[in-house]
Design a protein around this ligand. Structure first.
Ligand SMILES: [Cu+2]
Length: 358
């Protein structure tokens, strides 16, 4: 009887830890920092493939039988490190090129981000050169975002060689928007964009975005007049309001390591772990000690008491960052050099802490 109970308890514990261990955790592009139509200045971390699925639709009763017309856009962006990414936007029902009608819009882009990281606050600038294959147009965007507290202001200036693919008259477009985080999980956002000197409707969007707790995913429900989110697609509005959602999925290639090795990813508790000079408990989506002070050569140990995985991700590449720290898992790092080391949790950027090494 006792054995059965013990077995049952062990199975339950194993199931729980297995279930939480596979919670995908990543430094993620978040909809809590940009409005629905904004290309934004985000760049995935190196080794992360960001997959954002946006789906908008309109019910065209005039066609009969409440025909639903869909406007899907898939975004893929690969982080190359050094704040660089390459990616694509692919829309299957784009109105960018209507004559000749090319509903399959494919845009290839690169992005380089300068300044603060997403969620850090402060100013960031990104350059996004792009080639729109449907419009056969060289396009590009300079985007700026400024974060202060719960507010992020976004702006973009765009250059488009062949608007709608039909004109050789290059045009500029401007975009601006704002995102307000109601709390750590929910944000409201809106933006507007328009071509300069071109007879076209403005594109706008307004939405509600939220974090899916315990995951790196964010989701937005929104209304907009844009049919795709390429540089061109986000710069003009369709005659009707279309509704939709976006779902953000960061894919960490390192997560697939178990396919190729049988090593356990848990952090072993030995060596410096036993002589950690400071302990930081992680609980309720907070680092219990915002800052700890140690002497060079000493170790700090983090213990995760939450039911979800967290990370200890340092800004400085000179300091070792953690992988996912599973519930009840620990992470230990030795600090060899004096300095002030800021860190945060990659999937929950509002979690922040500092290690001061004397
Ligand atoms: Cu976290």
């Amino acid at each position: 009887m006792r054995l059965t109970r013990r077995l049952a308890r062990a199975t339950l514990a194993w199931t729980f830890s297995a279930a939480t261990a596979i919670v995908p955790v990543a430094a993620a592009q978040s909809l809590l920092y940009r409005p629905p139509n904004s290309g934004g200045s985000w760049v995935p971390d190196a080794g992360v493939l960001q997959f954002n699925f946006m789906h908008r639709f309109v019910v065209a009763s005039s066609i009969g039988s409440n025909k639903v017309t869909n406007f899907p856009t898939l975004t893929f962006a690969l982080g190359l490190g050094h704040s660089l990414a390459i990616g694509t936007h692919y829309s299957t029902n784009s109105f960018v090129v209507r004559s000749p009608y090319r509903p399959n819009e494919f845009e290839l882009f690169a992005r380089w981000r300068l300044g603060a990281g997403e969620g850090d606050g402060g100013l960031a600038v990104s350059l996004t050169p792009a080639y729109n294959a449907a419009a056969r147009s060289l396009d590009g965007e300079v985007a700026v975002d400024y974060g202060v507290g719960r507010l992020t202001l976004s702006g973009a200036a765009r250059g488009i060689a062949k608007p709608f693919g039909v004109s050789a008259n290059a045009r500029a477009a401007l975009a601006g928007g704002a995102t307000v985080r109601v709390n750590d999980y929910i944000a409201l956002s809106a933006d507007v964009a328009k071509y300069l000197g071109l007879d076209s409707t403005a594109a706008w969007s307004a939405g509600l975005a939220f974090v899916i707790p315990g995951s790196p995913h964010t989701f937005s429900l929104h209304a907009s007049t844009a049919t795709s989110n390429s540089v061109q697609g986000a710069s003009f509005g369709f005659s009707r309001v279309i509704y939709g959602f976006e779902f953000t999925i960061p894919i960490h290639f390192s997560r697939f390591a178990p396919w190729f090795s049988r090593h356990d990813r848990a952090t072993p508790l030995h060596g410096p772990a036993l002589s950690a000079a400071a302990d930081v408990t992680i609980g309720r989506y907070r680092y219990a000690a915002d800052s700890v002070v140690v002497t060079a050569g000493q170790a700090v140990r983090w213990v995760n008491r939450d039911a979800v995985a967290h990370t200890v991700t340092f800004k400085s590449p000179a300091v070792r960052s953690s992988q996912d720290v599973a519930p009840n898992g620990t992470f230990v790092s030795v600090f060899e050099r004096p300095g002030t080391y800021h860190y945060r949790c990659a999937p929950h950027p509002s979690m922040k802490g500092v290690v001061v090494v004397k």
